[in-house]
Write a protein that binds this ligand. Sequence first.
Ligand SMILES: [Ca+2]
Ligand SMILES: [Ca+2]
Ligand SMILES: [Ca+2]
Length: 310
Amino acid sequence: MGGSFRSGSVVFALFATGAVASSGLAQETLFRNDDLPVSNANAAIQVGFVAGEVGAATFTLTPQQQADLLPMRIKRVQILWTSFAFQVLGQPQPAVAMESINVYRGGLNPPNLPQPVYFSDPPQLTDGFLNEFDISVDDVILNPPLSTFTVGLEFDRDTGAAYWQGNTLFRPSLVTDRTAPPVLRNPIFASGLGWRDFQTFGGTGDFVIRVVVEKAVVTPVGCNRADITEIGGSVAAPGVPDGQLTVDDIIVFVNFFGDATGCPGAGGTPCNPADITEIGGSTATPGTPDGQLTVDDIIVFVNLFGEGCG
Ligand SMILES: [Ca+2]
Ligand SMILES: [Ca+2]
Ligand SMILES: [Ca+2]
C-alpha cells in the first residue's frame, strides 16, 4: 500500500452539510474553491489519508484583494467532513480528532512549495458537517506580498474505523466537489512523496475547505505606545514607529487628536494613531485602542512620552 495517499473517491449526492451561515459582517471575506452544494451535484469522499498526510486548498487573492485585505488574519476554517456510512446509511460515525489545521503561505507551484506558518491544536471533526473552527485567537496573520495561501487538514494517527467495511466506506474523510480545477490548487502532502497535486493521483475536484479572513489591523510596534511615527513623520505620511520618541511623535499625536481623522472608528480597532488606549486605560494597563479619542489617550501618551524609551 505504501502508506501514502491514493485517490479512492466515493461519490455521493450531498444532502447533509450542516450548513454554516455565511457571515453577515462586511469586513469578513470568505475564500472557497469548491462549488458545493449544488442541486444534485455529486461530492466525493477522498479516502486513503494516513497519519501525517495533509489535504489542502490553495486560494488566490486578486490584485484588488491583495490591496484590500493584506495583511490579513485567518479567522475561521470550514472543513466538510463526512462518511459514506452517514450519507447513505444514515449511520453517523464518531467524531475524531485530527492532528492539526495548517496554514501556509503560497501554494504548490513547483519548485515552490507551501510554506508553513501555523499549526492548530488538534481539531475535533464531526461526521456530516461543514465543521467550523475559530482560530482568530491564535492571531494567524499573513503579510504582504502575498498572492496565494493554502489551508489544509493534517491527519492523525491511523485510528477509528477502517476506511472500508465490506463494500462500504465507513470512515469519514475530506470531501471534494467533482468539477476539475483549472490550476494546481489542491495540494496533498503524501507520505513518502511530499507535496503533490490532487490531480497527480487522478483526482478531480476541489477540497471543500473554506476560509474566512479579515484585514488585520496591526498595532504599530514602537518602543512604547507614544512612539507613533518616525522622524520626519506627518499626519499625511506618518511612516512607521522608529523605536524612539521625538518631537515628531508629539506633533503627529496632537494633529491626529486635533482633527480626529478616522474617528470614531469601529470598536476594538484604533481609529487613528492618536488612539492608543481605551477609556480607563493607563500606562500600566493601556488595554486596547477603542476607536475613539478621549482624554485617556492624551494622558497615556503624555505619561509614556515622559517615561521615554530605553
Ligand atoms: Ca470544483
Ligand atoms: Ca517615534
Ligand atoms: Ca482611545
